[in-house]
Design a protein. Structure first.
Length: 444
């Protein structure tokens, strides 16, 4: 048994001081008053005085690069970074090699994770223009959801056939999670800027090529299809103020269409391109301060439901070159929770909202069994955070296999000090229990 003593618990919109008893993989008891002496005598004690105790974050969008791209990340390395950042469960995307577009490839990923993941895990199965039968197999139900690249080409995973899209939205009864950018508009923008300025375009052209119009055109198409067929649609990494018009501010349980925002779209703006260059090249692009502020407000208002990372490591070499050459994506799982808590320090959000959007809401959206809350009987996925410890991101404290972060040199004022996954202390002040393995996420 482990007793976490005298923590400031932030959970389900409330704050209170309590001690939490872990027994096996689960939360046995929550003591708001006196802890029985017998428990204190027999348990391993963890002093949490002055610390926040949060439910572990659940990241519904990561690219851990395994199989096939393990030179820049793998399930073990990136899950180590995740638990060090307070993320105790993740859902991985299908654009690996081979792509996760069959039940066989999906099962192979689960097998890989069972042998190597420090965090709890699940995987998406990807749609293509010709794999609808695969998505309808019973084995596909093991996936967290179906991922659809609508208008943003990733190998052969661009789903641009109108008939296929109609069938997906009308026949798939799982969550359809969508990357929305119009390939047609992106292509036209690219041709325009190349014609005017040549091919050696710098990073400042990224948000012009992958424009707000490209995002809204694709997102609005997805929403129209979902409304037509009453589909369960989840819009990934929304990045524009305009797209907020597509979402409703109401409780998550009442929604058929939900929205995710990523940490980098809440933190950076296009003003940061001059300073950080390709380090902050993502798809969709980081856009204006007005867009960022609209995303922040939509999160507060309840239009946006989930905060995730879209963690997508590339080697430093892959991030070099013109905007047409440099890889899109960056590593974020080790720092996402810290960034969100820093925004609380700045008065943007509250820790209660951060917990709701990074733990409670993902658990509810994906119908996870016994995850996402600090409740008796639930899995003990827990994070202790020091809200008064300043530290700076440097290369020597990064756990990403790619070895860099867009946040290097940034000083934060909250620090993850301990992370428990399924009742086990897996991260303790920069020390990892690398022999630990997480569990497959199960659904209600």
């Amino acid at each position: 048994m482990i007793l976490i003593q005298n923590a400031e618990i932030i959970n389900e919109g409330a704050r209170y001081r309590a001690s939490v008893l872990l027994e096996g993989q689960r939360i046995k008891s929550i003591y708001k008053n006196t802890v029985p002496e017998e428990i204190i005598r027999n348990a391993t004690l963890v002093n949490a005085e002055g610390l926040y105790l949060l439910p572990g974050a659940i990241d519904d969008q990561v690219h851990f690069r395994e199989p096939g791209l393990t030179h820049k990340g793998d399930i073990h390395s990136e899950s180590c970074a995740a638990v060090a950042g307070g993320i105790t469960s993740f859902m991985d995307m299908p654009n690996t090699i081979p792509q996760t577009t069959t039940v066989e490839a999906l099962n192979e990923k689960f097998d890989l994770a069972s042998r190597s993941s420090m965090a709890n895990y699940s995987f998406f199965i990807g749609a293509t223009n010709n794999n609808l039968q695969e998505l309808e197999k019973e084995g596909a139900r093991r996936a967290a959801a179906v991922k659809v690249f609508m208008g943003s080409s990733t190998g052969n995973m661009l789903v641009d056939n109108p008939e296929t899209l109609e069938k997906l939205f009308s026949e798939i009864d799982k969550i359809i999670a969508v990357h929305c950018e119009s390939e047609e508009i992106i292509k036209a923008n690219k041709e325009y800027y190349i014609g005017k300025y040549g091919e050696d375009l710098d990073i400042t052209f990224h948000s012009k090529i992958r424009s707000c119009e490209a995002c809204f055109a694709s997102s609005s198409q997805a929403v129209a299809l979902a409304r037509k067929y009453n589909s369960r649609l989840h819009l990934f990494h929304l990045s524009t103020a305009k797209e907020m018009e597509l979402l409703e501010a109401k409780p998550l349980k009442d929604k058929r269409i939900t929205g995710e925002v990523c940490v980098h779209h809440l933190w950076f703006t296009d003003e940061d391109y001059a300073r950080l260059g390709n380090r902050i090249k993502w798809n969709p692009a980081v856009k204006t301060k007005a867009d960022r502020d609209a995303l922040r407000q939509a999160l507060i208002d309840g239009k946006l439901d989930v905060v995730a990372t879209d963690h997508a490591p590339h080697t430093w070499e892959e991030k070099q070159g013109s905007v047409l050459q440099a890889a899109s994506g960056g590593p974020m799982v080790q720092h996402a929770l810290t960034v969100m808590l820093e925004l609380c320090t700045q008065g943007v959000f509250t820790p209660e909202l951060v917990v709701e959007k990074m733990a409670h809401a993902p658990a509810e959206l994906f119908d996870l069994k016994d995850r996402g809350y600090i409740r008796e009987g639930y899995y003990a996925d827990l994070v202790l955070v020091d809200p008064n410890q300043s530290w700076t991101v440097h290369k020597d404290n990064l756990l990403y296999k790619c070895g860099w972060s867009p946040l290097e040199g940034t000083t934060f004022h909250h620090k993850v000090v301990k992370t428990f996954v399924n009742g086990s202390l897996v991260y303790d002040n920069r020390q990892l229990d690398e022999d630990f393995r997480g569990m497959e996420l199960c659904y209600k």
